[in-house]
Write a protein that binds this ligand. Sequence first.
Ligand SMILES: [Zn+2]
Length: 416
Amino acid sequence: MSIANYKHTVAERFMRYVQVDTQSDPTSATQPSTAKQKDLSAILLRELQEMGLTETELDANGYVYGTIPATTNKQVPVLCYCAHVDTAPDCSGTGVKPILHPRYTGQDIVLPDDPTVVITTAEHPYLKERIGDDIITASGTTLLGADDKAGVAIIMDFARYMIQHPEIKHGKIRVLFTPDEEVGRGVVALDMKKLGADFGYTLDGGERGHLEGETFSADAVIVKFVGISAHPGYAKGKMVNAIKAASAFVSLLPRNEWCPEVTDGMQGFVHPTSIEGALENATVQLIVRSFETPQLAVYEERLRELVAKTAQQFPGLATEFIVKEQYRNMKEVLDLHPQVMQYAETAYERSGLHPHRMSIRGGTDGSRLSFMGLPCPNIFTGEMGIHSKQEYVSVQDMEKATEILVHLSAIWEEHA
Ligand SMILES: [Zn+2]
């Protein structure tokens, strides 16, 4: 099977989809967080229906579902290919003007609507690897939205190819487009039963060849300090100041180790994200990260010791220590189903690529999905410089990812 002669639609789709403003909003309590995300979801739904997918739906929570029916009689696990429609709140996504730079020659790219915005090869060395490709950028005043409209366009181009090529044997394939990934709520209202898939792949990775099957495990820690208030003129021997206690605790946190500023690779960290308080009550919030889940408890014990040490300095102070699980390293789930990564690697190889297993120093919707019962590593899309005006994507990277999905679907059928 070769899709070499396929007239891809991924670039054309991408250029259209990025012009729809789908920015999500972390301060909103609605589902999805912004109604405008559904503007793109509605377009995707219609296009899936026009292509001939079945079981298509845009539900009230903003999820788009569709099915590419099986073309085999074998019992093949149901696969799900997933991407998110929203763009990051960090940078404007209003009025995106995508620019196609055909046959990129390796120079820095100056963006016309604000020439101070330059995508340099010094800051983006991956660009040098993409010389000869067609590169798409924004125009200088907005992000591009390749994260994750590259993934969306890849899945759409793939779906079109599969519908046009029923001779390729594959099992049932579910297509899923989610809202609100960028605000950490991409799968909260997902109906896993309706999805009905056994294994999944998110299309939301960066460089060609990367295959991400490992994320941090993550907890949040909330430390509450409760002091004793008194009139400051008559506070001697009575007042216990919670502000000072919280500050003392923060000052005990190491600065040369165990924090994001000085760790990388496979190292974990703790990181205070917020401090607020008044005389009587103060709260410090932290995040705790490690690739090894048991290490989180070790880190938390070390934090408890620092809280105890703080309390000793403030007689009368009460403290509370709350741990909240955030997400877990998806590798724990993927290791139970090694074929999910193996088949993906085979698909990369059939597409002429060397797969590189990568670890993400963060979480993905895939890590949450994996623990919701859908083992779900992350495939590259070519999206680079994400969440910024320097964002770019290679058309050929997107086409390569489309090809990988075709092979991957066939490989699952071959092994069934
Ligand atoms: Zn993304």
